[in-house]
Design a protein around this ligand. Structure first.
Ligand code: SAH
Length: 471
């Protein structure tokens, strides 16, 4: 009955819209909360309305951009009542770029929002009730800008100008962001110079539509502590006209680059890297230090993007792991071995696994350099190694995972439930997959604490460390 009534109401509303179909539909919405992409969410006739840039508590006039069966997307036209937490976004291309989603929200509130998103995900995906007080306050930054150690910028051309930047939100327009405020200025300097070099030498830039041209992407990574910089040029071919000249110009104009590499990607893909990486000049890797622990990083290896917050993140893992020196530890999804090395001196044995072979090689070298001999790294998926280790009789006391956004594979989680380590520590960059994976472990484990750490200020990305203990 109710549903029928609702249907009728919906038809009426649609009818009204159709009558004025040439005019955009405007609505007055009160924003109730924020969603996972930092958008404001209000309601219109019980349907959720998503408005990018609107804040909780605000009354906004919006224009409907698209109506779906279950929700509406709308663009903000005017703010009628402004939130006291609204601040002026300092970046000129904030709205067009879309790389940041929270610059208009006071930083303390960004931190509160991130904690809240974890709570929302748990409420949504974990069947068992979770006490909200176990989620701690988000650990933030004093200066939440200039923090990123790596930039990956697409190269394009608009008329006669070379552009180095990112594709705007949901569009194929390249936005110049060589002055990005969340990037370390040294990475911006490299991008800016590269733009000039490519223009001066007239190197053909890659055109997605025609699938032609040479230079696609420039990736810059800086070691904050060491000052070393790696520049990776992603091109469609290994050899191309003026390649030697390009290398010479980079050496001349960017002497701060200590490692210059070339990666070849000739696929029609949104993935940055292709299979093959070549050394052009300088070293083949850069070094970075986190709290005196040194790491060698090769081009393809993952490394956390915010070094200052990474130290806080790893220290938090160390704190909840409470190792005594007797434990066997697994560092799953180990990258260049960072977490395992952070804990090695307090553990009996550490095993890590990772799919990118270069990262595993880096991990081994990093352990060797530190003179750590109780860690072992393996190439392959976490879900294939863990069952193998179990069969061999390896029974870890603590398992730490740090998976990509997609979360852990089911096979992995099932094996964890069979091994039953005393502690399971989940470092997550995605509250939704975190909550789903936690739900899968609830029959055997109890959530003790969740500590959000702000790795990406100004964006809606949420990182956290969850401690689970065997029931
Ligand atoms: N713990 C590391 C890396 C975390 S990022 C650090 O803090 O730096 C996640 C890592 O998981 C990436 O290096 C990625 O290459 C790797 N990875 C992705 N899928 C995987 C899988 N199924 N098994 C093992 N590693 C995987």
């Amino acid at each position: 009955m109710n549903k029928h009534k609702h249907q009728k109401g919906r038809q009426k509303q649609k009818h009204q819209q159709n009558q004025q179909s040439d005019k955009p539909v405007e609505l007055l919405i009160t924003i109730k909360r924020m969603g996972i992409n930092g958008e404001g969410i209000g309601y219109y006739k019980r349907k959720a309305v998503f408005v990018q840039g609107a804040l909780p508590g605000e009354e906004v006039i919006v224009v409907v951009t698209r109506e779906y069966p279950k929700y509406i997307r709308a663009e903000m036209k005017r703010i009628r009542t402004k939130s006291k937490d609204r601040v002026d976004p300092p970046c000129d291309v904030y709205e067009a770029c879309g790389g940041c989603q929270l610059q208009h929200l006071r930083y303390e509130k960004q931190l509160a929002f991130k904690r809240d998103l974890i709570l929302q995900s748990l409420e949504r995906y974990v069947k068992k009730e979770v006490d909200p007080s176990i989620i701690k306050k988000t650990i933030g930054m004093k200066h939440p800008w200039d923090y990123r150690n790596k930039s990956q910028l697409q190269v394009g051309r608009i008329r006669d100008n070379v552009i180095v930047g990112l594709y705007g939100q949901g569009s194929h327009r390249l936005i110049d962001i060589t002055g990005c405020l969340v990037q370390h200025p040294k990475t911006n300097d490299v991008a800016l110079q590269m733009k000039k070099i490519i223009a001066d030498l007239n190197i053909p830039v890659y055109q997605e539509k025609k699938h032609e041209g040479i230079i696609r992407t420039i990736v810059t990574r800086l070691g904050f502590e060491t000052g070393q910089i790696q520049l990776v040029l992603v091109t469609t071919k290994e050899s191309f006209p003026k390649k030697q000249l390009l290398i010479k110009e980079i050496q001349k104009r960017l002497p701060q680059v200590t490692s210059l590499m070339l990666n070849v990607n000739n696929e029609r893909t949104s993935l940055i890297y292709g299979e093959n990486t070549f050394h052009l000049s300088g070293e083949e890797y850069i070094e970075e230090k986190l709290d005196e622990i040194g790491f060698e990083l090769s081009a393809r290896a993952f490394f956390q993007l915010n070094p200052a917050q990474t130290i806080k993140l790893y220290n938090e893992v160390k704190k909840v792991a409470e190792l005594t020196g007797e434990e066997k530890v697994v560092d799953a999804y180990c990258g260049v071995g960072t977490i395992g090395l952070w804990l090695a001196s307090n553990a009996k044995e550490v095993r890590g696994m990772e799919v990118i072979e270069d990262a595993v090689k880096d991990a081994r070298k990093n352990a060797e350099k530190r003179g750590v001999d109780n860690v072992k790294y393996y190439t392959g998926t976490a879900e294939s190694w863990l069952p193998k280790w179990k069969k061999e009789g390896f029974d870890p006391d603590v398992i730490i995972v740090d998976p990509p956004r997609t979360g852990c594979d089911n096979r992995f989680l099932e094996t964890v439930k069979k091994i039953r380590p005393k502690k399971f520590i989940y470092v997550s960059c995605n509250p939704s997959t975190l909550a789903k994976d936690l739900d899968a472990l609830m029959s055997k484990y109890e959530i003790k604490s969740i500590q959000p750490v702000d790795m990406f200020p100004q964006t809606s990305q949420v990182e956290s460390i969850t401690l689970l203990e065997l029931k």
